[in-house]
Design a protein around this ligand. Sequence first.
Ligand code: CTP
Ligand code: ZN
Length: 151
Amino acid sequence: MTDKTRSVSAINEGTVIDHIPADSLFDVLSILKLDELENQITFGTNLKSERYGKKAIIKLEGKFFEDDEINRIALVAPEAKLNIIRDYEVAEKKVVGLPDEIHGIAKCMNPKCVTNHQNISTRFRVKDKKLVTLKCHYCEKITDKKHLEIL
Ligand code: CTP
Ligand code: ZN
């Protein structure tokens, strides 16, 4: 950080999810179920970013994620960076990457798919991790990034 102020206060211990495209903030909050968390959460959005125009940042005091939890956000924010904070210092930086399979989280775009008619949670194979294309386990139709809807 080159300037002297932080837009959102520093945290003591926990996770900072940085470089979230501003328009993906609410998808990230819902994918990580942050509404169910009791920890102290601070976030900022529409912050200036040299790389992405407008970015969002989420800071979670006292919260550390498992890799498979955090990797889900690659669906909507593949450019997000994770910072693990210990004793006010950045102890570790992580990038997010899509897993091979996605359970739940996204909706199958095929209106005829069984998951859109019965109480069956969605299941996809990730066909292309760069383009974000998901192949439905049930109907085998592809849901692409453009049609991706987070549940
Ligand atoms: N941060 C924080 N609390 C701390 C330390 C860092 O909230 N105690 C936040 C910073 O505000 C920043 C992120 O964690 O958003 C990463 O910190 P740092 O590596 O110092 O920032 P940059 O050099 O800007 O990192 P990068 O360019 O890799 O995003
Ligand atoms: Zn389907």
